[in-house]
Design a protein. Sequence first.
Length: 473
Amino acid sequence: MRREELVTLSKEEVIEILLAVIEKQGERIAELEARLNQNSKNSSKPPSSDVYQKPKSQRKPSGKKAGGQQGHEGNGLRITQEPDRRELHEPGQCAQCAHAGACPGVRHINETRKEIDIEIKQVITAHQTVWVRCPKTNEVIVGEFRAGLNSSIQYGVNLEALAVTLNAVGMVSMNRTHEILNGVFGVPISTGTIASMVKNCAQMVWGTVSDIKDAIIEEPVVHFDETGTRVEEKTRWAHVASSETLTYISVEEKRGKEGMDSAGVLPNFSGTGIHDCWASYFLYETVRHGLCCAHLLRELTAVIENYQQEWAQKMIDLLLDMKRTKEEIMMQGLQEAPSDVVEAYRLAYDTILFEAQSANPVPVKDPAKKGRPKRGKVRTLIDRLDLRKENFLMFFTDLGVPFDNNQAERDLRMLKVKQKVSGCFRTLEGACDFAAIMSFIGTARKRGFSAFLAIKHALLGTPFPLHLFDTTE
């Protein structure tokens, strides 16, 4: 409003206008300060974006000393095989003795110390077929090369598996993988060859990855999440569906239901899905939805830090207390929490929620303005706590449902590391290949196989069938 217009107004009207402007500016300042205060502890921002500050933990002091507790079984360095060679260290005096070559003294091993080391060397194997003229038939018979030996000169499977492991698991770039293999082993290998090895590995694991996808659909509890990744200078979305023993990752063009349908798990899944409160998940009506309380704890922490509201700390304490109680119940071997305990926690949840609603009333609609008044982040969170109460508390009412969605976040983390190292995927095909390898390796690790061993078997043309993942190597 211009100065000329303000002059024509009464004092009361000017005050009303100024108060409205101040209120609006205050809301904007609070919003900007809340955004500025965001970090990995009170929002979904990654820890790498945090400015250093003294870490805060939700854990309460236990009164115990730091470190391993009395009776804790250690897990030190152990050797589970016989030494490959032995080296004797004679007394120094014996080296100067004239009778060293024919000493009559009794010799015993005094002490043994074992050293674990590796030998790094290039090994070249010449494969040669043999022809023989059979003395019985006078026929010339010739031996055959084993499967996989297709060229006069080629790389062995151990070298190929190491190159793929460095690039896909170690997140080492093509150039640095080339530098490591060349510098350490003296192997002349190009970045293009390394890229071809990674591509070949992805093709070899697709069958197992398809089996993993089918197995995930049959799991009773599955974690779901999605994250953006840069592909061909565009944002694409990596969708993960995982359990304690399975990992399935796919790269899709969309984030919401269209991307989830394309990933192919949620449309066919009818178990319990653990996820954040992204609205697209709730469009699947055959899924029983459990919500991640770790996400909720971060949002409640933001309410405490930015708005200093006491009810948020009470809700945090309640959820963590329920988590501890659940762990104690499960240690006792019970299949479900006692009904009176469940009802007591429900009542406490409702009491805190009522306090939150009272402290943050629904804004009254101004007849002069169009649309609904903004509820703000705090009131929106409170409404979600009310609407999704059963979903948030499912981890306690059903002991088979986990407290958080950390499993899915862990399974997606390596893809974010890959993006940090490489910047982006140059092609969608390359992103899908990487997702397939991560699905295969993630499942192998959960079943007790090392990534290198799993990749080696895949490159040999014998990737582990899913049923073999039940045993450890």
